[in-house]
Design a protein around this ligand. Structure first.
Ligand SMILES: [Mn+2]
Length: 271
């Protein structure tokens, strides 16, 4: 298959070391996607789960190797640690195997717009204000969603159906989760506006999105635990969210309109 060529690529919330990580999909995506700059936007490695025993299948190590190979091949790789890999924050300012570890970074698109790139957990405190909160990623309800998602997709695979994220579908229909997502998005967008930037690129809540929030472009690259999504910048600077679960890229969101999930593979990506 012809590789995807993009100027910049953002992935986050890979959660290597966690059994729900979809490392095979990500490996396939990294092999197919060529970029000049790669941003790892936090929660690349799930140290929380590794401390609880965790899992480290061979594919998880292969993901790290694929990223290092890109750095060695001349791709500029930035690593912005998140809350599940905050141990990496002890190494801010260092370059490890060509991967530069930074607390956050400003990305400038080909068309001159400036975006704050941050994992997003800084905004947790703002989101928590105003009542009891569902803390997604340590929450038993979330683990249950992922468990159901895994068994549902095992059944789908048996019948030759492609991967489909049941957990993402259900999450959007749980009022408390939807309210949490909305509050998070508003808090992160507000921070970008406060700094006079054009937009923000983050992860953390495992919910990919690309939309305008009061004049700020809010981009969330999603995750590789349930939705298998990435944010890409086309050569002309336009941003898109790709979903990669069926050996090909499907655009699920682009500026400024949301497309249906069944959108065809991007024409600009061919060749
Ligand atoms: Mn996180």
């Amino acid at each position: 298959m012809a590789p995807l060529h993009c100027r910049s690529l953002w992935i986050s919330d890979v959660h290597l070391g966690f059994k729900e990580c979809k490392a095979e999909f990500l490996l396939d995506f990294l092999r197919q996607c060529e970029c000049e700059q790669l941003y790892l936007v936090g929660d690349l490695i799930d140290f929380w789960n590794l401390q609880k025993g965790g899992r480290w299948p061979a594919a998880h190590g292969e993901v790290l190797k694929a990223i290092l190979a890109k750095a060695q091949a001349g791709v500029r790789v930035w690593y912005v640690p998140g809350n599940h890999d905050e141990a990496a924050r002890d190494y801010l300012g260092l370059s490890v195997g060509g991967i530069e570890i930074v607390p956050e970074i400003i990305h400038c698109t080909a068309d001159g717009r400036r975006f704050l790139v941050t994992h997003g957990d800084d905004c947790d405190s703002a989101v928590r204000c105003g009542g009891p909160l569902l803390n997604w990623l340590g929450d038993g309800a979330y683990d249950l969603l992922l468990f159901a998602n895994r068994w549902y997709n095992r059944w789908r695979r048996r019948w030759n159906h492609p991967y489909w994220s049941l957990s993402s579908f259900l999450k959007q229909r749980i009022g408390r989760a939807a309210a949490y997502i909305a509050r998070f998005e508003a808090a992160v967008a507000h921070e970008a506006a406060r700094r006079g930037l054009d937009g923000v690129i983050c992860g953390h809540i495992h919910h990919a999105a690309l939309r305008d929030i009061h004049g700020v472009l809010y981009c969330n690259d999603g995750d590789w635990v349930e939705s298998c999504t990435a944010l890409v910048e086309r050569p002309d600077g336009a941003l898109e969210i790709l979903c990669w679960t069926a050996q090909q890229a499907a655009i699920i969101a682009r500026e400024p309109h949301i497309l249906p999930e069944t959108a065809p593979a991007p024409g600009w990506a061919a060749g």
